[in-house]
Write a protein that binds this ligand. Structure first.
Ligand code: SF4
Ligand code: SF4
Length: 78
């Protein structure tokens, strides 16, 4: 878990498809909302891009992403 890596949503691009919310099993997103709201950034897995990979609108970037380093999904497959 980390606070140096977590998703930042571009709401201008987001079409509220729900894919990111449904994908993440680490409590990062508010599951009660159809709009992706990051409520628990500490739960995000360092360098995981599982939700970004599913986003059809290129609306997810990551705090802490400087373009270097590995991008992966976490061991649970999210
Ligand atoms: S990057 Fe991975 S751990 Fe972080 S919010 Fe997206 S799916 Fe969850
Ligand atoms: S996957 Fe992308 S378009 Fe869909 S709700 Fe998440 S940020 Fe919005």
């Amino acid at each position: 878990m980390t606070t140096s890596w977590y998703p930042i949503i571009n709401y201008d691009n987001c079409i509220e498809c729900g894919s990111c919310i449904n994908k993440c099993s680490h409590g990062v997103y508010d599951k009660e909302s159809t709009k992706p709201i990051v409520i628990y950034p500490e739960g995000c897995i360092d360098h995981c891009t599982g939700c970004q990979a599913l986003c059809p609108a290129e609306a997810i970037q990551y705090y802490g992403d400087d373009g270097s380093g590995p991008k992966t999904t976490c061991s649970c497959g999210c």
